[in-house]
Design a protein around this ligand. Structure first.
Ligand SMILES: Cc1ncc(COP(=O)(O)O)c(C=O)c1O
Length: 381
C-alpha cells in the first residue's frame, strides 16, 4: 500500500508541547536485570507498600457493577472527603488523578491572554496543561543552588509575577522535584498579593509526608480566598497511582465552572470503590507515613556519608547530587535493576530523584552504590 501522508493539522499550541516523560519502569530493564529479580523502582514517588489491604476485596465487590457506568459525581467518596476535611461536598471535584483536575482548570481559566505562572523547578504537568490550553508559561526563577533552600520556589517572586497578570499560578507544596515546603503564613502572604482574578492552585500531592501537615496545608485559606484551589491525590500515600484518582478543593462556583467541561464518567467505579476504602484505612495511612518519616532521614544520612549532596525534602523522595556524574550513576544502577529518576531537562541535571522505598529496597540501593557490579565499571559514590 502506498504510504499516505497525514494531513489533519493540530492546533499550534499542541506543536509547542512535548509528551510527558515518565520515569523508567521495570519493563524497561534488560532481561538480565529482570532475571536477577531485583527490579526496584524508585522513580515515580509511589507508596512502596501499595494500597491498603482493604482495596482488594473492595475491587472484587466493584466487579459486579463493572457493566454499569459509575456514579458521575462520586457521591460516596465526596461525602467521605468532605467529612474528614471539613469542606462542603460541592467544593470537591473528583478526577482520574489530580493531573486531570489541573488539565480541567487550565481549560477553564487559561487562554492566549492569560498565562500560567510557574516556578523554575516544579511539576512539569503545569506547563503541559497550560500549553495545551494555548496559554503562555511564565517561568519564575527558583532560589539558587547555594541558597539555604536550594532550588526552592520563591513565593514572593511568583506572587509578584502573578500580580502583573496571569490566569493561574501553580505551586506544588511540597514541591516536586525538589521537596521544598512552605508553611501556611508564606502561602497566606502569597494569596494577599495575587489579584483575586488569578486562580492560585496549591498542589498538595505530598502533604501527607510533611512533618506537620496541619501547619502547611492551604485548606484553612479556602474560606478567605475564593480564587484558591487545593489539589490532592490518591497516587502517593494511598498507594493507588494505577487506579488514577485525585481531587480538587475549590470554591463551589469554580467547581460549577469545571463541571461545564468535565466529561461525565472521568472516574471509574473501581477507582471510586478503591478510593473509599483507602480513605477510610487510617492504619495503612499511618504505617505508610511513619515509614517515610523514619526512612527519609536514614537514607539522606547514608547518601551524605557517600558524598552525595542531599537537598532537604518534605516529600517521599530525596533529590541528591552524587559525587560523580548523575547520568553515570543512573546507568550503573539501571543495569543492576534499580531505577531512579534523572532530572535532565529540568535544570538540575547533576541531581537524581530517589523515591523512598522499603527499607530493603533502600539498602539494596546503598549496597549497589558501594559495590557496583562488573557492568558498572567503577564506583558510583
Ligand atoms: C506535584 C505533583 N502533583 C501531582 C502529581 C500527579 O498526581 P496524580 O497521580 O493524582 O495525577 C504528581 C505525581 O508525581 C506530583 O508530583
Amino acid at each position: 500500500m502506498a504510504e499516505l501522508s497525514f494531513r489533519p493539522r493540530p492546533r499550534s499550541a499542541v506543536l509547542e508541547s512535548r509528551p510527558y516523560e515518565p520515569g523508567r519502569s521495570p519493563a524497561d530493564l534488560s532481561p538480565e536485570a529482570r532475571r536477577r529479580a531485583r527490579a526496584v523502582k524508585l522513580a515515580s514517588n509511589e507508596n512502596p507498600f501499595g494500597p491498603s489491604p482493604r482495596v482488594g476485596p473492595a475491587l472484587a465487590g466493584a466487579l459486579a457493577e463493572l457493566g454499569r457506568y459509575p456514579d458521575p459525581s462520586g457521591r460516596g467518596l465526596r461525602a467521605a472527603i468532605a467529612d474528614r476535611l471539613g469542606v462542603p461536598p460541592e467544593a470537591i471535584v473528583l478526577a482520574g488523578g489530580s493531573d486531570q483536575v489541573l488539565g480541567w482548570l487550565a481549560q477553564v481559566f487559561l487562554d492566549a491572554d492569560r498565562a500560567a505562572v510557574v516556578s523554575r523547578h516544579t511539576f512539569p504537568t503545569y506547563r503541559m496543561v497550560a500549553l495545551a490550553s494555548g496559554a503562555e508559561v511564565a517561568v519564575v526563577p527558583s532560589r539558587p543552588e547555594d541558597d539555604p533552600r536550594p532550588f526552592a520556589h520563591d513565593p514572593e517572586a511568583l506572587a509578584a509575577r502573578a500580580a502583573r497578570g496571569g490566569g493561574i499560578l501553580f505551586l506544588d507544596n511540597p514541591g516536586n522535584p525538589v521537596g521544598c515546603v512552605f508553611e501556611r503564613p508564606a502561602l497566606a502572604r502569597l494569596l494577599e498579593t495575587v489579584p483575586p482574578e488569578v486562580l492560585v492552585v496549591i498542589d498538595e500531592a505530598y502533604i501527607d509526608y510533611v512533618d506537620d501537615p496541619a501547619a502547611v496545608t492551604a485548606l484553612p485559606l479556602l474560606a478567605r480566598h475564593p480564587n484558591l484551589v487545593v489539589t490532592r491525590t490518591f497516587s502517593k500515600i494511598y498507594g493507588l497511582a494505577g487506579a488514577r484518582l485525585g481531587f480538587g478543593l475549590m470554591h463551589p462556583e469554580a467547581a460549577a465552572l469545571v463541571a461545564r467541561i468535565r466529561l461525565p464518567f472521568s472516574v471509574s467505579s473501581p477507582a471510586l470503590a478503591a478510593g473509599e476504602v483507602a480513605w477510610g484505612d487510617g492504619e495503612h495511612y499511618r504505617r505508610s507515613r511513619e515509614h517515610v518519616l523514619a526512612e527519609r532521614p536514614r537514607l539522606a544520612t547514608e547518601l551524605a556519608r557517600r558524598g552525595w549532596r542531599v537537598l532537604p525534602s518534605a516529600a517521599n523522595f530525596l533529590t541528591a547530587r552524587p559525587p560523580v556524574p548523575a547520568a553515570r550513576v543512573f546507568d550503573v544502577l539501571f543495569r543492576e535493576g534499580i531505577i531512579l529518576r534523572p532530572l535532565r531537562g529540568e535544570g538540575i541535571d547533576a541531581y537524581l530523584r530517589i523515591t523512598i522505598g522499603t527499607r530493603e529496597e533502600d539498602d539494596l540501593l546503598l549496597e549497589v552504590l558501594d559495590h557496583p557490579g562488573p557492568a558498572g565499571g567503577g564506583g558510583t559514590s
